[in-house]
Design a protein around this ligand. Structure first.
Ligand SMILES: [Zn+2]
Length: 60
């Protein structure tokens, strides 16, 4: 899995953007954890992304 922001290989990819499709599998953009946090800090970050990042913090 490659990060959609920095292009580096992401060991623990974070789903940062969901692309809803009417038919077929759900697609999305993945980022590495540092870039995932960057996406999560944005004003337009979706709630599910913030929850995902918070869950990762508590595991570590
Ligand atoms: Zn990245």
């Amino acid at each position: 899995m490659t990060c959609c922001r920095c292009g580096q290989a992401a060991k623990a990819p974070v789903l940062v953007r969901r692309i809803e499709t009417i038919s077929g599998p759900m697609r999305g953009n993945y980022a590495c954890l540092p870039c995932g946090r960057w996406f999560g800090a944005r004003a337009d970050a979706p709630d599910w992304l913030k929850r995902d990042l918070l869950a990762r913090e508590s595991v570590r």
